[in-house]
Design a protein around this ligand. Structure first.
Ligand SMILES: [Zn+2]
Length: 175
């Protein structure tokens, strides 16, 4: 078990520091190798980002940064490698010609704020964040949890934010 004073990335979990190392790692995963062969590929294609592709969103799950494949029905995911694009070990980004996808992560200041809030929660399994939840909303949730209020699922928090924004939008736009 990794005890940590930070939200973990691929570097923390696997010691991987560069996109090339990430490429070498997924290329060595047995199930990925099998899929490469099925597609007639000898190795994971070089790190070449299709900037027009749908980005892969980052989230925090149980204290770890995860990037999800946006390809419908794929479900592939890897730890976030800061600054690196995404290559899916599941579908091999076949839908975009086996090129690498951009990753959406919060801007540095926002990311730092989100991580600082999550680290106030000592229970690692409650360190969760999804896009659409700002640091202020997250802080209110963590405050509640630390007071003993039962933790909400991260999706429920995001739904609350969306609902609030929808109402605010209607308020501004109405009449
Ligand atoms: Zn995928």
């Amino acid at each position: 078990m990794v005890v940590s004073g930070r939200i973990l990335t691929m570097t923390d979990v696997r010691g991987i520091r560069t996109a090339e190392e990430y490429r070498a790692w997924i290329g060595g995963v047995a199930s990925t190798r099998t899929r490469l062969l099925q597609h007639g590929l000898a190795s994971i294609p070089p790190v070449d980002v299709d900037v027009s592709a749908t980005p892969a969103p980052a989230r925090v799950n149980h204290g770890e940064w995860i990037v999800d494949c946006p390809e419908h029905g794929c479900g592939g995911a890897v730890h976030l490698l800061s600054g690196a694009p995404f290559f899916c070990p599941g579908c091999l980004n076949a839908g975009i010609g086996f090129r690498w996808r951009p990753v959406t992560v919060p801007a540095p200041a926002e990311r730092e704020a989100i991580e600082a809030v999550l680290l106030r929660q000592p229970l690692v399994h409650l360190r969760n964040w999804e896009p659409g939840i700002d640091a202020v909303t997250l802080a209110a949730e963590v405050d509640d949890e630390l007071r003993g209020v039962p933790a909400k699922h991260v999706r429920a928090i995001r739904r609350d934010v969306q609902e609030r924004e929808r109402r605010a939008g209607r308020g501004r736009g109405g009449r």
